[in-house]
Design a protein around this ligand. Sequence first.
Ligand SMILES: [Zn+2]
Length: 336
Amino acid sequence: MKRYILLFSFTFCLGFILSAQTNEKPTRKPVFDVHVHVMKVSGQGAPLCPWFLSDMPGGDPADENPPAFFDSDCLDPLPAAASDEELQEEVVGRIRDLNMSMIAFGDPEILRNWIKASPPGRIIPGIGISNAKSMSVEAFRDSLEGGFYKVMAEVAPQYQGMSPSDPSLDPYFAVAEELNIPVGIHMGTGGNGVANLTRPNFRASLGNPELLEDLLARHPKMKIWVMHAGYPLMEEMKALMGANAYVYVDISGMIWSYPLDEIHAYIKGLVQAGFEKRIMFGTDFIMWPRMIETSMGVIEHAQYLSEEQKRDILFNNAARFFRMDKSQFDWPVAQQ
Ligand SMILES: [Zn+2]
């Protein structure tokens, strides 16, 4: 009888030790979200329907109410986090449960809180500059040399009505090039009616990926990724990536907003053109936590992608671009 008790205790202890160990190890293959906005929550935001831009009927400037920017009227809208605490809990929970890493930029205080609450190294902070008036070149250099910020993002001159090759931004890019800091530049769209409903300086034409050519020529050692993959200008995106071997893209924003068939056609087009090793997963996360798994599902369910291509897009390409040490993700490299 004693022997059984002893055996039981031993088995129980072993089981406990094993499960404790298992709990600490990631149970999922790693995911890298290269495009996460960090901001303070101000009140309860409206729920969001993924792929809501499937319907853009427009309107008339004489109408009393302008067309809606977002849409909450669908079967399963994504709820917004209601407080800073809830948002942090949801984000950090996903970093642990989904074995995620992320490039995150925005409110510095919230960003530091998220980093403190997350496993080490999983949140890589970025600092963006879209307009020379917002920060001096010296202050920008100090921020990067301080060592906290590892990435220059999100740079979004398109919203200011400016080309990314505008000379006023050049000294900032020169600092990033000198310090070997990767740069993320917004090239694409800005939502339904962005130019006449929300951001009057925005110009669709300034999202043309070919506008990056002069900038890249002036800074041959700078490493950039084109945020939102220059959607919807796929041919120009292919031309730029073809001519510039170090340019990567992220598929954030478009992945949860435009019609699913349209998103798949765009990603498939870039893969078909040979750029599968330079496409990175990103969400353009704002305040709807379930946006993360909703966006991951788009890649996981893509019929035209092999398992290897999915892993490349969800993790490997970003790990390579940001020069991460893959061993820290605690998942056998062979299975990635
Ligand atoms: Zn953007």
